[in-house]
Design a protein around this ligand. Structure first.
Ligand code: HAM
Length: 449
């Protein structure tokens, strides 16, 4: 018989599995808790949108839109019509702005504060920390004013979240890239383009192409050969108009007021076209070359560009895959790595003899109702095998139910960590285990802190 070909996850995508998914859940729950305290509510936009939305919002010349989107024509065979073109979202800011307009959120109390989490899709070259399906946790503030205090508060919120997770080696970089409507950005771009044209022979092919399409992106170059040349280019800070300069100075003051440490990086221009004034990026340890865990900035004018009213906007997105990688690396460093099954279960119900099966089922239900994680084997097992299985699953207690226990009404509880054993009456089992497991969890968590 011919063997059937097996399937594998598509390049750049992966399955997230337990126990790691426990960490993903913890990270997302923590984000929700922290963001709630800053007044944010959750939005869940669709995963695909009209291609044109991303083209207009993110920019047709950006790598994300021009090279990396997964686009499908929704009317196969029909005459080409741009409005039938759909794309998997490469990011969610465009969707949030679309939703803001569609639901007339300018009538909600300003500013509107929304957060989201979920998968994004970019056809990038996969490597550590870079995937084709990856996950973001992001937040946007729309409407209201463009006061730098808002920028600083948004940054403070991400930093608070990272602090809560004890993310290692967190560093914040900020910049101001000026105002596109005011002359400062346009003037700077022209000055930069002229300077780049003078050195173009010494630049790589990508940068040469960008001189015409988007000279700001040359500043983002990671090529070793280009670093010395870029250092000599005109700096955006020198060309900012008075208003943008004041905005940036106030942002720095506001970050100081909040005790948020930052470093200025005049080359931080970001890869999406909608930014103006504030841009920022946060890096963390243990990630290699893809070390940005968060990127964001101000995008006043984006809602208007998408057909809505003039609206101020600022936000960020965290790369959740990278965040998790960094947390796992930190755990390894301090040798706290546990076996894959560790923590999967609290209590293993080892039952022996058909007569004890109903009591075992009853006990499992009661313990689960009390919030404990319970393994109930589907078939009777010999004592030794049951304990071996309990050990493999990382259970802390075995609840032993055999003929003796049924007769006496006193159940045996074996502590699998220290090997001690106690008899407890059926009615007291739940309380006994809840106290011990909860106490145990608490001490583990404080130890991990
Ligand atoms: P972004 O810088 O394109 O910004 O992405 C934000 C974060 O998503 C990055 O810092 C990185 O951690 C993660 N990320 C991006 N691409 C990948 C990938 N291929 N694999 C793994 N992680 C990735 C935005 O998306 C903007 N929408 C952020 C924003 C919101 N600005 C204002 N509001």
């Amino acid at each position: 018989m011919a063997t059937k070909a097996k399937f594998q996850a598509i390049k750049g995508t992966r399955d997230l599995l337990p126990p790691e998914t426990e960490l993903w859940n913890r990270v997302e729950t923590t984000a929700c808790e922290v963001f709630r305290t800053f007044g944010f509510g959750e939005i869940r936009p669709p995963i695909f949108e009209p291609t044109e939305l991303f083209r207009r919002a993110v920019g047709g010349e950006t790598d994300i839109v021009s090279k990396e989107m997964y686009t499908i024509e929704d009317k196969p065979g029909g005459p080409p019509d741009p409005s039938d073109s759909l794309s998997l979202r490469p990011e969610a800011t465009a969707s949030v702005c679309r939703a803001y307009i569609e639901h007339n959120m300018q009538q909600w109390p300003a500013p509107v504060k929304l957060y989201y989490r979920g998968p994004m899709f970019r056809r990038e070259r996969p490597q550590k920390g870079r995937y084709r399906q990856f996950y973001q946790i992001g937040a946007e503030v729309l409407g209201g004013s463009d006061r730098p205090g808002i920028d600083a508060e948004v940054i403070e919120m991400v930093m608070t979240f990272f602090e809560r997770l004890e993310l290692p080696g967190v560093e914040l970089e900020i910049n101001s890239i000026g105002h596109s409507a005011a002359n400062c950005r346009r003037g700077y771009v022209e000055k930069l383009r002229a300077a780049l044209l003078e050195v173009q022979d010494r630049l790589g092919a990508d940068s040469q192409r960008r001189i015409l399409t988007n000279p700001l992106r040359v500043l983002d170059s990671k090529l070793d050969d280009e670093q010395a040349i870029i250092a000599t280019l005109p700096k955006i800070g020198d060309g900012l108009c008075d208003e943008c300069k004041a905005h940036y100075a106030e942002l720095k003051r506001q970050l100081d007021l909040r005790g948020v440490a930052f470093r200025e990086n005049w080359r931080l221009v970001r890869g999406l076209d909608y930014y103006m004034r504030t841009t920022f990026e946060i890096t963390a340890r243990g990630l290699g070359s893809q070390n940005a865990v968060c990127g964001g900035g101000r995008y006043d004018g984006l809602v208007e560009l998408l057909g809505g009213p003039p609206t101020k906007g600022i936000g960020f997105a965290i790369g959740e895959d990278r965040l998790i990688l960094s947390l796992l690396e930190a755990k390894k460093e301090t040798a706290r790595e546990e076996s894959p099954a560790a923590g999967r279960s609290d209590v293993y119900v080892a039952w022996m003899g058909k007569g004890s099966e109903p009591a075992a089922i009853r006990a499992a239900r009661k313990l689960r109702e009390a919030g404990l994680r319970v393994e109930l084997p589907a078939a009777e097992q010999k004592f030794g095998k049951a304990l071996g299985q309990a050990d493999k699953l990382g259970a802390r207690f075995a609840l032993i139910l055999g003929e003796d226990e049924l007769e006496s009404g006193r159940w045996t509880l074996k502590n699998l960590q220290d090997g001690t054993q106690e008899k407890v009456s059926e009615g007291a089992v739940v309380e006994f285990l809840r106290d011990r497991v909860a106490g145990n969890r608490w001490s583990r968590e404080t130890r991990d802190r």
